[in-house]
Design a protein around this ligand. Structure first.
Ligand code: PBG
Ligand code: ZN
Length: 328
C-alpha cells in the first residue's frame, strides 16, 4: 500500500505536459492597442506618466499602425487630442477633426486593421467632463439626456470616416441605444458598438489624464462612473448596455476588477477588459526600480485577465506582448 495519494497534482506539471493542459493563452488576436493622436504636434511626444508611450501626430499615425500590423496586432483604439476645446465638445464631431483624419489615414494604409474609436467628449471640452454640463438639482454636473445627441454626432462622424467599432466611454444612461439608432439611421448598421459598459470611477486613470489631456476642471466623475465597492450595480450596467444593443461589453479597469469581469462574462456577449494607464504605469515604475520583471509580470497580468473571462484585452503593452509571443 502506497502512502501517497492517487491524485498527484504534480504529475500534470512536468514541463512537457504543461503546455497540453494550459487552460488559457493570450494571443495576438485578443489584443487591442490604444493610440493617442495629437493635433498640436509634428513629432512623437513621450507621455511622461506612461514610460514607453507616445502621443503621435496624425502624419505619423499610419506608420505606427503599420508597425503594429506587422507585429500581428489587428486592432487599435484611437484617442484624439484636438487643437481646440470648447464647452460643448464641437471638435469631437468635426469631419476634419483629429480622430476622423487618423481613421482615414490608418484605413488607407492598413485597410484590415480594426479601427475602434473612443466616443467621449472629455478630450474636447474645456471643462474636461465627458459631455455637456449644466445645472442639475444637485449643482453643476454632467447632464445626461442633453449629452446623448453629442455622442450620436461623434459616433456617426467616426463611422463616416471609416471606424469599424465605436466605443462610448461616457457612462451616460441610454447612450448605447441612442448611438445604435443614430448609426442605423445614417446607414451604418454594420458598425459595431463596444460599450465601456462597466466603468468604475477609478484612481487608475491618473496617467491617462496627461496622455489624453482630459483632466477635469471641477468635481470628479463619480456621478457617472461606478463606485469601486459596487458589484451588483456594475453587473446591471453591462446588462442594460447588452439590452440596448451593445455588440461587445467592457470592464474597466481590469486587474482590480476580475470578479466583476467574470460575472459580466456570464451575460454571453464578448467582453473586453481594459488594462488602464495606472495598471501600465504601476508595472513600469516597479520594473524601472528593479522590483519586478517586466515580461513575467505583464504576461501574468494578461493571463489572469483572460482566465477571469475576457475575450479581448485593451493594453498599452500590446506591442511588447506581440514581440514576446514571437519569442516563445
Ligand atoms: C474617457 C476615457 C478615460 C479612459 C478611457 N477613456 C478616462 C476617464 O474616464 O476618466 C481611461 C483610460 C486609461 O486610464 O488608460 N472617458
Ligand atoms: Zn470621457
Amino acid at each position: 500500500m502506497s502512502i501517497f495519494p492517487k491524485r498527484r497534482m504534480r504529475r500534470s506539471r512536468s514541463r512537457h505536459i504543461q503546455p497540453l493542459l494550459r487552460e488559457v493563452t493570450v494571443s495576438k488576436n485578443d489584443l487591442i492597442a490604444p493610440l493617442f493622436v495629437d493635433e498640436l504636434i509634428t513629432a512623437p511626444k513621450p507621455i511622461e506618466s506612461m514610460p514607453g508611450q507616445f502621443r503621435y501626430p496624425v502624419s505619423g499615425i499610419a506608420a505606427v499602425a503599420a508597425d503594429l500590423w506587422s507585429l500581428g496586432i489587428r486592432s487599435v483604439l484611437l484617442f484624439g487630442i484636438p487643437k481646440e476645446k470648447d464647452a460643448v465638445g464641437t471638435s469631437a464631431y468635426d469631419p476634419d477633426g483629429i480622430v476622423q483624419h487618423a481613421i482615414r489615414k490608418i484605413k488607407t494604409t492598413v485597410p484590415d486593421m480594426v479601427v475602434i474609436t473612443d466616443v467621449c467628449a472629455c478630450e474636447y471640452t474645456d471643462h474636461g467632463h465627458c459631455g455637456i454640463i449644466g445645472k442639475s438639482r444637485h449643482g453643476t454636473d454632467l447632464l445626461n439626456d442633453p449629452s446623448l445627441e453629442l455622442m450620436n454626432r461623434i459616433a456617426v462622424s467616426h463611422a463616416e470616416s471609416g471606424a469599424d467599432i465605436v466605443a462610448p466611454s461616457c457612462m451616460l444612461d441610454g447612450v448605447v441605444g441612442s448611438i445604435r439608432t443614430a448609426l442605423d439611421e445614417a446607414g451604418h448598421e454594420e458598425v459595431l458598438i463596444m460599450s465601456y459598459s462597466t466603468k468604475f470611477a477609478s484612481s487608475l486613470y491618473g496617467p491617462f489624464r496627461e496622455a489624453a489631456d482630459s483632466g477635469y476642471s471641477f468635481g470628479d466623475r463619480s456621478t457617472y462612473q461606478i463606485h469601486p465597492a459596487n458589484s451588483r450595480e456594475a453587473f446591471l450596467e453591462s446588462q442594460l448596455d447588452m439590452d440596448e444593443g451593445a455588440d461587445i461589453l467592457m470592464v474597466k479597469p481590469a486587474g482590480f476588477y476580475l470578479d466583476v469581469l467574470s460575472e459580466v462574462a456570464t451575460l454571453g456577449l464578448p467582453v473586453a477588459a481594459y488594462q488602464v494607464s495606472g495598471e501600465y504605469s504601476m508595472i513600469k515604475a516597479a520594473v524601472a526600480n528593479g522590483w519586478l520583471k517586466e515580461k513575467e509580470t505583464v504576461l501574468e497580468s494578461l493571463n489572469c485577465i483572460k482566465r477571469a473571462g475576457a475575450d479581448l484585452i485593451i493594453t498599452y503593452f500590446a506591442a511588447d506582448v506581440a514581440r514576446w509571443i514571437d519569442e516563445i
